[in-house]
Write a protein that binds this ligand. Structure first.
Ligand code: PMP
Length: 433
């Protein structure tokens, strides 16, 4: 690396470490300064970004790394002997190590880079079906799954004549472990379940689900797209066979995803895609495959973005140690529940008795008001929320044909923003009703 590049890399890393050290003590206003998107105004109003379950905003440390990877360190990984390629490979593998450590996976072999939670779940479903699903078999999912954990399994099932078994959620948005136990009969070959639904925002008891399923010899795949953002995930403690998530919801760039898998589970699965980097030897007669994790990483990966897991997860880890952030989140959950409950005609979906099981994500309907009309009015006030079927159509349609409105908060969102959201909802309803 020439001097200038070395300087920039060192500066980015140094800046990141200084920031990390401070992050534990920084106020939310100071944290917000790290996110360029949060400084924006829309329609002349200060942006209030409450669509974090769809994607998070990115801090400067991630943006710096991304720029550096796409600029100075741009060379394909794992292939060439030249210096630039070796540097890019090093950053890519450091990204993998950051993920391994963040979720406490035993080894780098357990961490597969994908393009997102959707790609991770499709990888498992597509490979699992080859060896383990047949006519009459069942894949058990919950009623609260995102389309990526429904359709991926439907596609797999259709190939062999298997089908889905669906574990219901109750009106509080919770699953019943007794019901799960009853449903796990000999036809069920795998459980694929969300850690936290992107509609309900309720933390599922994944460890208990795994214990129950494993007692019957059934593996468990967890959709952790929301779970990894809001819970301290230790995959060895959860004991799940796979855990899938997206980097872009936890400060990493778009086009990044992770599939964690237990070594024996992943080794048993055939490759998902064929191409460069996933092979050992290739002849026209037969190909042998690379060891984990490369066996599942065919083709040029998004190495520039994958390298950004290091700053992104450092950032997330430090935010978890910030007591103001933690207290703020609990206050926001209690405040939004109380205030939304008091608005005439509003119904909240996913409200466990124990508020500690609820993340700051609120999906609502308002009697007599279309959620998309309300979302559009909120947008004119500078408040970004999601509306519609939220890629969880079966669950949403159970309650509402018009979809729902969802506000999802992140550690950089303030109480003042939550108050403005409530004022905005009230104002919007008064205009629309
Ligand atoms: N599962 C859940 C629970 C999600 O919230 C999402 C994204 N909304 C996904 C899966 C899919 O994630 P991606 O689109 O990043 O692949």
């Amino acid at each position: 690396m020439d001097f200038w590049i070395k300087y920039k890399v060192c500066f980015a890393i140094f800046a990141r470490y200084c920031k990390q050290y401070n992050l534990e003590m920084e106020t939310i206003d100071q944290i917000r300064a790290d996110f360029p998107a949060l400084q924006r105004k829309v329609y002349g109003k200060q942006l209030i970004y409450f669509d974090n379950a769809a994607t998070s905003q990115k801090p400067l440390s991630v943006l710096t790394m991304q720029e550096m990877m796409s600029g100075e360190v741009n060379a394909n990984i794992h292939r060439a002997v030249h210096k630039l390629s070796a540097e890019a490979t090093d950053f890519y593998e450091k990204g993998r190590e950051a993920v391994r450590s963040f979720i406490n996976a035993p080894s780098r072999e357990n961490i597969i880079f994908t393009s997102g939670a959707t790609a991770s779940l499709n990888l498992v479903a597509s490979s699992f079906v080859y060896k383990h699903l047949g006519k009459g078999d069942k894949v058990l999912i919950s009623e609260a799954e995102h389309h990526s954990n429904i359709v991926s399994w439907q596609l797999a099932c259709e190939r062999v004549g298997a089908s889905l078994a669906v574990l219901p959620v109750d009106d509080r948005g919770e699953i019943s472990l007794d019901k799960l136990e009853q449903m796990l009969n000999k036809n069920v070959k795998i459980v694929a379940i969300t850690h936290i639904s992107n509609v309900l925002g309720v933390i599922n008891p994944i460890k208990e689900v795994v214990t129950i399923a494993h007692a019957k010899g059934i593996p468990v795949v967890v959709d952790g797209a929301q779970g990894v953002v809001h819970c301290a995930v230790d995959v060895q403690d959860l004991d799940c066979d796979c855990y899938a998530f997206s980097g872009h919801k936890i400060y990493a760039p778009t086009g990044t995803g992770i599939l964690y898998g237990k070594k024996n589970f992943l080794e048993d699965l055939p490759p998902y895609m064929g191409g460069g980097d996933m092979v050992d030897t290739v002849t026209f007669e037969k190909t042998t495959y690379a060891e984990l994790p490369l066996k599942f990483e065919a083709g040029t990966p998004n190495f520039a973005a994958a390298a950004c897991y290091a700053p992104a997860l450092e950032y997330a880890a430090q935010l978890r140690l910030n007591t103001e952030v933690q207290e703020n989140e609990r206050k926001q959950v209690a405040y939004l529940k109380r205030e939304l409950d008091m608005i005439d005609g509003v119904r909240i979906y996913g409200m466990p008795e124990d508020l500690n099981k609820k993340i700051p994500l609120f999906s609502i309907t308002v009697e007599g008001v279309h959620p998309t009309d309300l979302a559009q009015l909120l947008d004119t006030m500078g408040i970004a929320v999601r509306s519609g079927l939220m890629c969880a159509e079966p669950l949403i349609r159970k309650y509402s044909d018009n979809g729902m409105l969802r506000a999802s908060l992140a550690p950089y969102n303030t109480m003042e923003e939550a108050e403005k959201f409530i004022t905005g909802v009230k104002k919007g309803i008064s205009i629309l009703k």
